[in-house]
Design a protein around this ligand. Structure first.
Ligand code: ADP
Ligand code: MG
Ligand code: ZN
Length: 483
C-alpha cells in the first residue's frame, strides 16, 4: 500500500538569529532569564512607539541567502501579517510578504537512504526576515496562561523550501545540512532543544505516476531531527490510510506529540488572505548596494562541503571521516586545534569519532563542554605514538581524562602507567609465563595460534597492561620457536 504512494515534503524552517539585540529595539535576545525582564515599550507594542531595523538582521539573512545560493533582493520591504493571539502584543507580526530578502536558492544534501547514500539538490523558495512572538506558559495548576515577552521580537529568518523532498530521510538530511550551514555562518546558535531552530513540515501524498500534488497538511514547530523523522512517518501513513479508506485529506494545521508519537489536527489552515498582509508603514524599504552584497560574499567563512574536501586532500582522511568531522563547526575546530599540537590526523580523527563522540553522547553535552581539551587530546596520542604508553593504557587514561579533566602526563605519572619497554624486564616476565603454561607451549607447537594470544594476554596481565605489546610478541615468538 505504502509503495503505491509518493510522499511530498516541503519545510518551513525558523532560525533565531544570534544578534545581541532584538529586531526593532535595544532589548537583549539572551535566553533563559526571568520572564518579562527583556522587554520595552517597542517590543511589547505600546501605542506611539516606532521600530528601527537592526542592521545585523539584514547582514545575517543575506549571509544565509548567499550560502544557500539565493538571489539577494536589491530592494525588499517588510509587511504586517495580522492575526489576533495573546503571544502577539501588536496583533500583527512584522514579516516579509511579496518581496523577501532572498529567493530562488538551493542546497545539495547527502541522504542516508535505505539502499545507501545518495546526493540530492533541494530548492529554496525564499528566505525572509521576521520577528518572533512571545512565549505562552500554561500553568496546569491554576489553569492560567501567562505571557513571557522576552522572546517577543527576537529576530528570525524563515527559510522556505520547495516541495522537493520525498522521504523522512531526505527531510532530515536537508535539516542537518541547513543547521550545519547556519552554524558555520554563526548567524544562529541553532539550539533545537531551546527552540532557536525549529521547523514546520508540509506533507502530502499522491499515487505514484500522478503529476498533481495532493492536499497538504502543515505540522508546526518540530524541534528535533527525531521528531521530524517520526512525524513524517506518522503523517504519511495517516494520509495514505485515509485515502485508501476512501476518505479525504483536509488542508489543516497540525501538531505532533513526539513522546506519544501521535499527530493532532489544530485548526483548518488559513491562507494569505486571512492575514490581510500590507506594507509596514513605519519602516523604510531595505535597499542594498552591490558593494554591500559583494562584501558579505567575500567574507563568507569556509562552508562545510569545502572544508570536507580540504580534509580529504590535506590530511588524507577518508570521505567518511571528513564528513563526520566537518558536519559541525565546533567539532572541526576541535580537530584542527588538536592536530596543531600533534600531527597525526588519522589517529586523532579516530579518537574524536570513536571515544569522544561516545562520551559526549553519554554525558549529553557538546564538544565545547568536553572536559578533554585539544592540547591534552594531542598529548595522549603523542604518548601513544612514542610508545610511552600502550594502546590499552591509553584507553584507560582517556576515561580518566574525561572524568577529571587532568592532563594525560599527570595521570600516567600519578598512576605509574608508563609502558615497560625495558628488554630485560619483559624477558623475565615472558620467561616466567612460558614456564608456568607448558600446555600452551604444546598447543602452539601443534599449530594452535590462539595459544600465542593467550600467552600475550598472560604477560599483559602480569604487567597490568603496561608491557610494550610489540616487544612481548617478538620475545614470545623467539622463545617458543627455540624451545
Ligand atoms: P504557506 O505560506 O501558506 O504555508 P506556501 O505556498 O508558502 O504556503 O508553502 C509552504 C510550504 O509548503 C513550502 O515549503 C512548500 O514547499 C510546501 N508545499 C506546498 N505545496 C505542497 C504540497 N502539495 N505537498 C507538500 N508540501 C507542499
Ligand atoms: Mg506555512
Ligand atoms: Zn524591546
Amino acid at each position: 500500500m505504502r509503495e503505491d504512494y509518493e510522499v511530498i515534503i516541503g519545510l518551513e524552517v525558523h532560525a533565531e538569529l544570534a544578534t545581541h539585540t532584538k529586531i526593532y529595539c535595544n532589548c537583549t535576545t539572551e535566553f533563559g532569564s526571568d520572564p518579562n525582564t527583556h522587554c520595552c515599550p517597542i517590543c511589547t507594542g505600546m501605542p506611539g512607539t516606532l521600530p528601527v531595523l537592526n542592521e545585523k538582521v539584514v547582514e545575517y539573512a543575506v549571509k544565509a541567502g548567499l550560502a544557500t545560493n539565493c538571489e539577494i533582493a536589491r530592494f525588499s520591504k517588510q509587511d504586517r501579517k495580522n492575526y489576533f493571539y495573546p503571544d502577539l502584543p501588536k496583533a500583527y507580526q512584522i514579516s516579509q510578504y511579496d518581496l523577501p530578502l532572498c529567493k530562488d536558492g538551493h542546497m545539495d544534501v547527502t541522504v542516508e537512504g535505505k539502499q545507501g547514500n545518495y546526493k540530492k539538490r533541494i530548492g529554496i523558495t525564499r528566505i525572509h526576515i521576521e520577528e518572533d512572538a512571545a512565549k505562552l506558559i500554561h500553568d496546569a495548576y491554576t489553569g492560567d496562561t501567562l505571557v513571557d515577552m522576552n522572546r517577543c521580537a527576537v529576530p528570525l529568518i524563515e527559510i522556505v523550501s520547495e516541495p522537493d523532498m520525498r522521504s523522512a530521510e531526505e527531510a532530515v538530511a536537508y535539516m542537518q545540512t541547513l543547521k550545519s550551514i547556519l552554524e558555520y555562518l554563526e548567524v544562529s546558535d541553532c539550539k533545537m532543544q531551546e527552540g532557536s531552530l525549529r521547523c514546520d513540515v508540509n506533507l502530502s501524498v499522491r499515487k505514484k505516476g500522478e503529476t498533481k500534488f495532493g492536499t497538504r497538511t502543515e505540522t508546526k514547530n518540530l524541534n528535533s531531527f527525531r521528531a521530524i523523522y517520526n512525524l513524517i512517518e506518522f503523517e504519511a501513513n495517516r494520509q495514505i490510510e485515509e485515502l485508501e479508506k476512501g476518505g479525504v485529506i483536509y488542508q489543516e494545521t497540525r501538531r505532533f506529540d513526539d513522546v506519544k508519537g501521535i499527530g493532532y489536527a489544530m485548526r483548518s489552515k488559513e491562507d494569505a488572505n486571512d492575514y490581510r498582509y500590507f506594507p509596514e508603514p513605519d519602516l523604510a524599504p531595505i535597499v542594498l548596494s552591490e558593494e554591500y552584497i559583494a562584501d558579505i560574499q567575500n567574507h563568507l567563512p569556509e562552508m562545510p562541503h569545502i572544508k570536507k574536501e580540504r580534509y580529504v586532500q590535506m590530511y588524507e582522511l577518508p570521505e567518511y571521516d571528513a564528513e563526520q568531522l566537518t558536519n559541525s563547526k565546533k567539532i572541526a575546530n576541535f580537530f584542527e586545534e588538536t592536530i596543531t599540537h600533534w600531527n597525526n590526523p588519522k589517529a586523532i580523527a579516530n579518537w574524536i569519532m570513536g571515544d569522544i563522540f561516545r562520551k559526549l553522547n553519554e554525558a549529553e553535552i557538546e564538544i565545547d563542554a568536553c572536559p578533554i581539551k585539544p592540547k591534552d587530546m594531542a598529548k595522549l596520542v603523542e604518548l601513544l605514538d612514542k610508545g610511552v604508553i600502550s594502546s590499552k593504557i591509553a584507553k584507560q587514561v582517556f576515561e580518566e581524562m574525561f572524568e577529571s579533566g587532568k592532563s594525560p602526563e599527570k595521570i600516567v605519572e600519578e598512576k605509574g602507567l608508563v609502558q615497560i619497554s625495558d628488554e630485560s624486564a619483559i624477558k623475565e616476565i615472558v620467561t616466567k609465563v612460558v614456564e608456568n603454561n607448558p600446555q600452551s607451549v604444546v598447543d602452539y607447537k601443534a599449530g594452535k595460534d590462539r595459544a600465542l594470544g593467550f600467552l600475550v594476554g598472560q604477560v599483559m596481565k602480569e604487567t597490568k597492561g603496561k608491557a610494550n605489546p610489540k616487544m612481548v610478541n617478538e620475545m614470545l615468538l623467539e622463545i617458543l620457536n627455540q624451545s
